[in-house]
Design a binder for this molecule. Structure first.
Ligand code: GLN
Length: 187
């Protein structure tokens, strides 16, 4: 199982480490030639969504990734990755790979109170640790988007077909269940 991990910025090394624990092979995507539509999936890590969108365009990675995702490549976005996959961003616009039927709010917890750790129930897995870093959250999930987790009545994880997205960073905790769900469709 070869899983691409977008390695432009953010916590991509941690995602690679979780993949290795699950016997999957991470493939770091840093430039155009690294991406292939034959990968078994793609992880889009956290970072800064506007910067990542710009880099994806500049590196000519956006179109091939978009094509692959729209053709069914499984994709898992964490934090900024969730924003990149959203069909609607509060205040206008869409993420550059708009596949998720969600309206997302960026930097939803304010600048000062931006980072925290908690635990909450995740559908199909149970209680999981969650690390939020200047995180977005989903204001509305509609259409095909299924809510998988909520914190304080706010949607923090969704799935739509082969697309999985969390507002938090599972790769910064010792929980491998969400990656397992992504790769193998189960935990
Ligand atoms: N605040 C960032 C953004 O809007 C996301 C933060 C993160 O990925 N940890 O892109």
């Amino acid at each position: 199982m070869k899983i691409g991990v977008l390695a432009l910025q953010g916590a991509f090394i941690e995602h690679c480490d979780v993949l290795k624990k699950l016997d999957a092979e991470p493939v770091e995507i840093r430039q155009h030639g690294h991406f292939s539509s034959h990968l078994d999936g793609l992880i889009i890590p956290g970072g800064e969504s506007t910067v990542m969108g710009k880099l994806l365009r500049e590196l000519k990675l956006l179109e091939p990734i978009k094509d692959a995702v729209f053709n069914g490549m499984p994709v898992f976005g964490t934090c900024a990755g969730l924003i990149l996959l959203s069909k609607q961003i509060e205040g206008g616009g869409t993420g550059p790979i708009p596949v998720l039927d969600v309206l997302v709010r960026r930097n939803a917890y304010g600048r000062q109170l931006g980072s925290y750790r908690t635990t909450a129930k995740f559908k199909g897995i149970g209680e999981v640790p969650m690390v939020f870093i200047r995180a977005p959250y989903v204001l509305e999930a509609y259409g095909g988007a299924e809510v998988l987790a909520m914190v304080d009545k706010k949607i923090v994880a969704v799935r739509q077909g082969a697309v999985l997205a969390t507002a938090f960073h599972p790769e910064l905790t010792d929980c491998i269940g969400i990656h397992e769900l992504f790769i193998y469709g189960r935990t």
